[in-house]
Design a protein around this ligand. Sequence first.
Ligand code: PMT
Length: 412
Amino acid sequence: MSMRGKTIVVGVSGGIAAYKACEAVRLLVQAGATVQVVLTRAAEEFVTPLTLQALSGRPVARRTFDLTEESEIGHIRIADTADALLIAPATANVIAKLATGIADDLLTTVVLATRAPVLVAPAMNVHMWENATVQANVARLRDAGHVVIEPASGALACGYEGAGRLPEPDVLVEEVAVAVTEKTLAGRRVLVTAGPTWEALDPVRHVANRSSGKMGFAVARAARRRGARVTLVTGPTALADLRGVECVHVTSAREMEKAALHHAAAADCVVMAAAVGDYRPLEAARHKIKRGRGDLEIRLTPNPDILAKIGALPGQRVIVGFAAETRDLVANARRKLQAKGVHLMVANDVTAPDAGFDVDTNIVTLIDRSGRVERFEKMSKDEVAGVILDRVRDLRTPRTTVRAAPRRLRRR
Ligand code: PMT
């Protein structure tokens, strides 16, 4: 997800997990954010200002009264320019100060002064984390409207096992992305399908395709960031489940059909990015087919057309289909849009380099029921997901104002 134009304040307090804050800063900068680091005195026992200045590309703010280089008061400027404030790690001490409104250093002062979302990522020894006073302070932070990113469990630096680990940097960055994304799908239920289906040939072999799931996962991730309640029905992929998304794992097209129809009934929007196998072996052998001397002929029988079935369901929901084509992209996609009763078709030429299966980018053409055709240049699958969900928003709310075209949109 691009964070271009966003300013993220990263507060680091004095715990051994401060080393992970360095990676979180690097990832935020890589995503295009402007990152202002605020270090507590204790944090400097674990990481140096020079390291974080090098990673963020900006001087690290450390003392309230150091900030004399600008006219306005430094901690207020930091507080006002923030689009989100992440405190990682947040020690028990910092949590206690935040919970009681103490502002005796730069970080706690900025937290009190900012109107931006505040995300707190506690990290400490498991017994400290379980301490009733710490838990009471954490509850007060939640009551104050702050987002508390639950610690992970596992081996701790102090040699213990249990809750108290700072989550991995990519998890922290994802939660910041959620905090700074406009909630255009707040309260909506979105069903996304992703990945391939595997159609058994015998207990060892199956008929499949090259879908990695990346496109569907990007749509599910983007929908969650926009405030939707997301269910992701996915075929077998190498991708980890997404935070904050209900992931339903299936293998065959018929399993995907059952899960998708079940969840589609309550969905406000369905995005069918999965590469569903159109056919399956008429009979799956009970035992491994032994290698013979001659050809092996396999009869295939059609799988259910899930998208068409969803399109025929009663009720109002926005339905987005994908069209994997190798030629006549627009004509084939338009035919599928009309045949399957969907609102928007996302067509991609799966033979084009950097598009379609398994790559991190895609080149899509959107076709809607009005006949409008929008061709896009190569974008990341995260950016494609954003464009799709922008169109879903428009389909849900009739266009009353002309919205600025997203970057890279080129209409011919
Ligand atoms: O997963 P990635 O590696 O990121 O690759 C992304 C992708 C190429 C898989 C994706 O961009 C894509 O094109 N997905 C749709 C692939 C596909 O099955 O296209 P299709 O033209 O064969 O199917 C048209 C639509 O009907 C699709 O929405 C599909 O989900 C759906 N379908 C297809 C067959 C079937 N039996 N039931 C269906 O619902």
